[in-house]
Design a protein around this ligand. Structure first.
Ligand SMILES: [Mn+2]
Length: 270
């Protein structure tokens, strides 16, 4: 059995779009990540629990419970946990401004980084024109999206057995569509403008499941991605620098290291 290494301590963790309560949620990978990282402050940037899916049928396996317990344990150990609900967990928007079991609920937050820079932290659906103005379209899109994720989950089970890397059908499909590219850049532009209105140096959001960090629109645009397709998170180190962690890549590197190390040890033993 391998010994778990000490967690990596960072100043802040930004995580979004777990979609707990759906089959698409990669809760085991997320648990591994939460074991590997500890932070002073944790922002849950929306769509953590998927109320849309839970309404149409209860799906709540042990691993999803473990994710919640792991986060609450971090709160008990002194971490500050700020939960900014998204459109899939909008039922929590009735409780904004209050604290539930040490979890602070808010619509958005202004985060001051270690280097003094200020960031608007918000889920982002507030600036998604499709979600805001055509809810039926968003729900329809959600059905097609669910179908794509179902195929993706099973495709990846086969790929994993064949020892291939994780490959996301729905993110591939989304990025192949020119409209999706326009949609993403429009979303990024609106969020960057909103950061400007708050006189912030950047924005940290989720919602569109597209993890990225850039400054194309004059301020820092940081998207935390998701734990359905890409398994990504954003960390702030103690010097105020930000890093986008792609957890599937980290896990593959670890596996490669282990595979590389084992034969050498055996050689020495022999
Ligand atoms: Mn969302």
């Amino acid at each position: 059995m391998t010994q778990d290494a000490d967690p990596i301590r960072v100043r802040t963790l930004f995580l979004s779009d777990f979609h707990l309560g759906t089959r698409g949620c990669q809760a085991d990978a997320l648990l591994d990540f939460l074991k590997a990282y500890d932070a002073d402050t944790i922002y849950l940037v929306g769509d953590i629990v998927d109320g849309w899916k839970l309404k149409s049928g209860w799906y709540w396996p042990q691993a999803h419970n473990d994710v919640v317990q792991k986060l609450l344990r971090k709160v008990r150990k002194g971490a500050r946990l700020i939960y900014l609900p998204g459109n899939h967990d909008e039922f929590l928007r009735d409780y904004l401004g209050i604290s539930l079991g040490g979890v602070e609920l808010a619509d958005y937050a202004l985060h001051e980084a270690a280097d003094g820079k200020r960031y608007l932290v918000i889920h982002g659906d507030q600036f998604d024109l499709v979600v805001r103005h055509a809810r039926w379209l968003a729900l329809l899109g959600d059905g097609a999206y669910t179908a794509a994720l179902f195929v993706n989950t099973h495709l990846n089970m086969i790929r994993r057995r064949l020892g291939l890397t994780y490959w996301s059908l729905s993110s591939w499909a989304k990025l192949r569509v020119k409209n999706a590219v326009n949609y993403i850049s429009r979303f990024e532009e609106l969020l960057a403008a909103e950061a400007g209105r708050h006189e912030a140096d950047g924005v940290i959001c989720g919602h569109i499941h597209h993890a990225v960090m850039h400054e194309q629109f004059g301020v820092a645009y940081v998207n935390t991605g998701d734990w359905v397709e890409s398994c990504t998170a954003v960390v702030e180190h103690y010097d105020g620098s930000f890093q986008l962690v792609r957890w599937t890549d980290v896990r593959l590197e670890k596996t490669a290291e282990q595979n590389a190390v084992t034969p050498t040890v055996r050689e020495k033993a022999a």
